[in-house]
Write a new protein. Structure first.
Lengths: 396, 224
């Protein structure tokens, strides 16, 4: 009965109010989603492989932190029952300064032995958004994580200088919102060369001839895969028992460790989510309820004309759904626009602040409609308890 | 048609004391009868009309339509009774601002299970009868006071209710528009409907029906 255009004009303020509430909810939710993805990505990675390093402390960092892992140790690990494959790795900090070690988002150089397949079950290959992945036999080439590339404005075909060496960028990874976003991935032979260049002590030891080392012994760690049907924790414990002088990370232990070290972020997610629900939800519910109460006189007149509680409730609910759906969609668009603007700025720093996932957008829309319906029902119940005469008087 | 017996109604004063407005009001209005209720401002005329129209509850007494007591019905049953038995004309018109003239008129049909093209045709006919054909798609804000009251009258009689309750129907109108509304009220009476009009100017309807004075919460018949 009410023309659509007229309805929109009439409800413009309500729709804008709902949109602001939903925009706040979506923006805070998108920040929360971003953190969730970061933590979950790390968890999936460490649970997807058994990480092994040499015993002691060495140049390695991240999940391969430890001493030198020799080629003999790698062969010994590969021989342990239940092990499907071992990929030697060299993981180095891009900038080995104290301040960099203190950060949570350290940039890393990851050297991979490409003669064997990736051993990580969660990431059997790293998704490439431009260019190509590394191949066995590559030298002086690199595949960059999305944030690493974006923060430096690097693209496929550009050159990346690393410790005096020049690497041609052959690929850029899709954004994973977790650790690999900050990696520069190179062939393991190049990573070994960078390691020697970075570490004067290692250089000295090699030059002295006192160590019986070949290039294949220069590994900071290895990713170990397990055979189908094997319990990864059991395989890790078996490696620990059977291979001497290695640090073995038990996947479930590492996951727990990661979870406890990111407990602050987990609490932050809950805080942001609660804040988003409270701010966005209260704003939305208040707007819808106020909009219904504002028309109390109209509802008094309708009841004078014979509208029953159910008829009135159905009418108000229908309007609330249309208004909250429209306001919700507008709020999502607003959050996307504002988030996009902020993202343009932070992308230059190689950061991503928001993750507007489909589940977040759909959830926000459903939440706004449900909350709008609840608010409208509450307002209707309050209104029908007032006599029609009183409703007309109050709205006068 | 309309019978009210022993209606009591009080309001709470800011001090908390209960102030009786209606003190055992009795009223009977039959088919084709007009009851004009006069009284000073604040005497309780509108309150009486609201109780008669089931827009608010009495503390004691009952209202009957067609011999059926409706005062004790549930909220929804009262709503249905209003839609079935009563049409209202308010002093301030009370048209819904977001609806056009014809939509306001048809609104009366929505809650009694009517509607559709037939309802719009009937609404068109009523608007034409009141000289509002060219105003059918105007919003209340685009209509004069007289036009709004005529639209409100069309809405009140749309379902052809047996009882029409009018609260100061000419109170906000100029003489010419006031005459149109009074004439329409007389027509309803002539058509055999029961009409109750609350006004502080009963002389305008003198000779048409019974005149009652509401004074100190009691209704007394004054004449015709």
């Amino acid at each position: 009965m009410l023309r659509h255009g007229e309805r929109i004009r009439r409800y413009a303020f309500t729709i804008v109010g709902v949109a602001i509430g939903v925009a706040g909810l979506v923006a805070l939710g998108a920040m929360s989603e971003r953190i969730v993805r970061f933590i979950d990505g790390g968890d999936r990675f460490v649970l997807g492989q058994i990480s092994v390093a040499g015993r002691g402390m060495g140049m390695g960092t991240g999940f391969t932190a430890g001493g030198l892992l020799s080629a003999a140790s790698i062969r010994a690990v590969a021989a342990v029952p239940g092990v499907a494959g071992v990929q030697a790795q060299v993981m180095l900090p891009l900038n080995p300064s104290v301040s960099q070690f203190m950060t949570l988002t350290q940039e890393l150089i990851l050297g991979l032995d490409l003669s064997v397949p990736m051993s990580n079950r969660s990431f059997p290959s790293l998704p490439v958004q431009a260019g190509r992945p590394l191949r066995d036999g590559d030298r002086q080439v690199a595949v960059l994580g999305a944030s690493f590339a974006a923060s430096r404005g690097l693209r496929v075909g550009d050159t990346l200088p690393l410790d005096g060496q020049r690497f041609t960028i052959v690929g850029v990874l899709e954004r994973t919102l977790t650790a690999p976003d900050r990696f520069a991935i190179v062939p393991i032979a190049d990573a070994r060369s960078l390691w020697v260049a970075k570490d004067p002590l290692l250089r000295m030891a090699l030059a002295s001839g006192g160590l019986a080392l070949t290039a294949s012994d220069l590994n900071t760690g290895a990713a170990v895969g397990w055979r189908d049907g094997e319990d990864p924790d059991a395989v890790a414990l078996r490696i620990r028992e059977r291979v001497a002088d290695v640090n073995v990370q038990i996947p479930s232990e590492l996951s727990r460790l990661l979870r406890s070290s990111t407990a602050f972020f987990a609490a932050l997610i809950v805080g942001i989510a609660v804040l988003g629900l409270v701010i966005g939800g209260l704003s939305l519910a208040n707007t819808v309820t106020a909009a219904v109460f504002e028309r109390i006189r109209d509802f008094g007149v309708k009841r004078a004309l014979g509208a029953t509680d159910v008829q009135l409730g159905r009418e108000i609910l229908g309007e609330a759904v249309v208004v909250t759906l429209t306001g919700g969609a507008l709020g999502i668009a607003l959050a996307l626009a504002l988030g996009g603007s902020v993202q343009l700025y932070v992308a230059r720093l190689g950061q991503q602040l928001f993750l507007f996932s489909p589940r977040l957008l759909a959830g926000a829309l459903v939440f706004s409609v449900l909350l709008g319906a609840v608010a409208a029902t509450y307002a209707t119940v309050r209104i029908v308890r007032v006599s029609p005469a009183e409703a007309i008087r109050r709205g006068a | 048609m309309l019978l009210a017996e022993g209606i009591w109604k009080s309001f709470r004063a800011p001090s908390g004391a209960m102030i009786p407005v209606l003190r055992g009001v009795d009223l009977r209005v039959g088919r084709g009868e007009l009851a004009v209720i006069a009284g000073a401002s604040g005497s309780g005329k509108s309150t009486l009309l609201n109780v008669l129209g089931l827009l608010e509850d009495a503390e004691a007494g009952d209202v009957m339509y067609g011999g059926r007591a409706v005062g004790g019905l549930s909220r929804s049953a009262k709503s249905r009774a209003r839609g079935q038995f009563v049409g209202f004309v308010f002093q301030s018109f009370l048209l819904l601002p977001a609806l056009t003239a014809i939509e306001n008129v048809v609104l009366a049909a929505r809650y009694v299970g009517q509607g559709g093209p037939a309802a719009r045709r009937r609404a068109d006919g009523l608007l034409e009868e009141f000289g509002l054909s060219d105003r059918r798609d105007h919003y209340p804000a685009q209509l004069s006071g007289g036009e709004q009251q005529r639209v409100a009258f069309c809405r009140a009689v749309f379902n052809d209710p047996p009882v029409l309750l009018a609260d100061e129907p000419t109170g906000n109108l100029d003489d010419a528009n006031g005459r149109v509304i009074l004439e329409a009220l007389r027509r309803r009476v002539a058509e055999g409907r029961a009409v109750v009009v609350v006004t502080h100017r009963p002389e305008a309807l003198a000779g048409t029906g019974s005149i009652y004075q509401l004074q100190e919460g009691i209704v007394r018949r004054e004449g015709v």
